[in-house]
Design a protein around this ligand. Structure first.
Ligand code: ATP
Ligand code: MG
Length: 430
C-alpha cells in the first residue's frame, strides 16, 4: 500500500531541526519578557468575517489565500492567515483596554495561506509577532523595530536591511491614491495583469509588484512622502531620529506599502539577501485604524511579524549544528538488570539529568557503540552481576575511566556527577 505524504505546502519539523526552533523561541521569549511584553494565545481558526474586516477584502490574503470552509454548523470559518486580527479581537472582546495604559502583547504559532509553495513560502508556516496597543507615540514605533533588531541579532542573524516608509493617515492616502491612479492610468496597458486589476481597487499595492516592467513604471510614480500631512511628517521624522539614536540603520523606501489595508504611518520590513525572492524576514507597521474597524474603541497600535521558517533557513545556511543534550546513556542486559536500570534512570531523570535508556536488549558491545554515538559523556552499565549485587558501573566515555558503585550511593554522588558531566561537555566543545 502506498504511504500518505504531508499536504502540499506543509512540512514536518524533524527533531534535528527542532533544537533551532526552540533556541529561537527561547531567545525571543527572554527578550520580549524583559521588555514588558506578555504572551497571548488565540485560536487557530476564527470567523471568516474577522479577517475580511480586519485585513481587507481587496488584499491578496483575503482575496486569494485564505483557508475558508463551512463547519458542520454552517458557519464560515477561516484558518488564521496572520496573528494581528485575532490578537486585536481578543483585546476588544476581553476589554484589555479597560486595564488602562499600553498593552504590549506577543504571540507565536502556525498561520495558513493558500499560496504557491516555494523556498520560504508555505501553506502552513509560523510567525512570531508583537502588537503594542494604545500608544500613538513614535517611541512605540522605535521600540518595536528595535525589538525585532534585537531578536535577529541575538539569534545570530547579521547583514539585514531595514526598509522604512510612512503611508500617512487614511486622509493623506486618499489624495495620494488619486494622484497614483492618474499616473498609472497612463501606463495601464504596460502593467502586469495583477496590477491592472489593482489599478482602481488597491493602486498602492502596484508599488510593491514583483513584475520587472511594473517595477520600472512604479519607480517614477509620485511618492507618498510628498503627500504626508505635517502631523504625519512630524511622526515619521521622530521615528527616524529615534532609530538613529538607537543605532539602528535603515533605508527609506517610498514603494514599501505592505499588503494590508489597515496600516497607517510607519511601515517597515527587515530583508535578508540570502533569502532570494522571499527576502522579507519581518514585516510590520502601525495600524491606527484597525481596532475601531473591528468594533473596539479608537486605539492606535503598531506591530510586526517575523516569518520563522525564513529565520530558520538563514540559520541553517550559516550551518549551525545542534549538539546532543544527553548526559547519561544507560546500557543494561538481563531481565532483572533491565528493570533496575529503568529504576535508576528514572531517579536520575527526576534529579534533573538527561538520561537515554537503551531498549535494544542487544549485546553490551553494541550498546556501548550506541552510547559513544549518543554524545553523552557518561555511560551507566547494569548486567546480571551488578543486578545481583545491587551495584552499577559508571564509565566516562571520554577518558574510559570506570568505577563500580552501589546503586544506593548514586543519589549522594549526584552533584559530583553533574559537575563532571558539565566539565566533560565543555571540554568536548573546545
Ligand atoms: P510576502 O511579500 O513574502 O508574501 P507578506 O507581506 O505576505 O510577505 P506578512 O503578512 O507581512 O507577509 O507576514 C510577515 C512575515 O511572515 C513575512 O515577512 C514572511 O517572513 C512570513 N510569511 C508570510 N507569508 C509566508 C508564507 N506563505 N510562508 C512562509 N513565511 C511567510
Ligand atoms: Mg504574502
Amino acid at each position: 500500500m502506498g504511504f500518505i505524504q504531508a499536504s502540499r505546502g506543509t512540512r514536518d519539523i524533524l527533531p534535528e531541526e527542532v533544537a533551532t526552533w526552540q533556541r529561537i523561541e527561547a531567545i525571543a521569549q527572554a527578550i520580549l519578557t524583559h521588555s514588558a511584553y506578555r504572551e497571548i494565545r488565540t485560536p487557530i481558526f476564527e470567523q471568516t468575517e474577522l479577517f475580511e474586516r480586519g485585513i481587507g477584502e481587496a488584499t491578496d490574503v483575503v482575496g486569494k489565500e485564505m483557508y475558508t470552509f463551512q463547519d458542520r454548523g454552517d458557519r464560515s470559518i477561516t484558518l488564521r492567515p496572520e496573528g494581528t486580527a485575532g490578537a486585536v479581537r481578543a483585546y476588544i472582546e476581553h476589554k484589555l483596554h479597560a486595564q488602562g495604559g499600553v498593552q504590549r502583547l506577543w504571540y507565536t504559532g502556525p498561520m495558513f495561506r493558500y499560496e504557491r509553495p516555494q523556498a520560504g513560502r508555505q501553506r502552513q508556516f509560523h510567525q512570531l509577532g508583537v502588537e503594542v496597543l494604545g500608544s500613538a507615540d513614535p517611541r512605540a514605533d522605535a521600540e518595536v523595530i528595535a525589538l525585532a533588531a534585537d531578536i535577529l541579532r541575538e539569534v545570530g542573524i547579521q547583514g539585514w536591511t531595514l526598509s522604512l516608509n510612512s503611508v500617512g493617515t487614511k486622509a493623506d492616502r486618499q489624495h495620494y491614491r488619486d494622484a497614483l491612479v492618474r499616473y498609472f492610468e497612463q501606463y495601464a496597458n504596460d502593467l502586469d495583469p495583477d496590477s491592472q486589476d489593482r489599478l482602481h481597487r488597491n493602486p498602492l499595492r502596484i508599488l510593491d509588484s514583483k513584475d520587472p516592467k511594473t517595477q520600472a513604471i512604479a519607480k517614477e510614480a509620485p511618492s507618498i512622502l510628498d503627500y504626508l500631512s505635517d502631523l504625519s511628517k512630524t511622526h515619521f521624522d521622530r521615528v527616524q531620529e529615534l532609530l538613529q539614536r538607537l543605532d539602528i540603520p535603515f533605508v527609506i523606501n517610498p514603494c514599501l506599502v505592505r499588503g494590508l489595508d489597515y496600516y497607517t504611518h510607519t511601515a517597515f520590513e527587515f530583508q535578508l539577501e540570502e533569502l532570494g525572492a522571499q527576502s522579507t524576514v519581518c514585516g510590520g507597521g502601525r495600524y491606527d485604524g484597525l481596532v475601531t474597524e473591528l468594533g473596539g474603541p479608537d486605539t492606535p497600535a503598531i506591530g510586526w511579524a517575523i516569518g520563522l521558517e525564513r529565520l530558520v533557513m538563514i540559520l541553517q545556511q550559516q550551518s549551525e549544528t545542534a549538539s546532543t543534550d544527553i548526559d547519561i546513556y544507560c546500557a543494561s542486559r538481563g531481565v532483572e538488570a533491565e528493570a533496575q536500570a529503568l529504576q535508576v534512570s528514572r531517579a536520575l531523570q527526576q534529579a534533573g539529568l538527561a538520561v537515554e535508556v537503551d531498549l535494544s536488549g542487544s549485546a553490551f558491545g553494541k550498546q556501548m557503540k550506541r552510547a559513544d554515538r549518543s554524545g553523552a559523556p557518561l555511560c551507566l552499565i547494569l548486567g546480571d552481576e551488578e543486578a545481583q549485587n545491587r551495584t552499577l558501573q559508571l564509565k566516562w566515555l571520554g577518558s574510559g575511566e570506570q568505577e563500580v558503585l552501589p546503586q544506593s550511593a548514586l543519589i549522594e554522588r549526584i552533584s559530583d556527577l553533574k559537575k563532571k558531566i558539565i566539565l566533560s561537555k565543555l571540554a568536548k566543545r573546545v
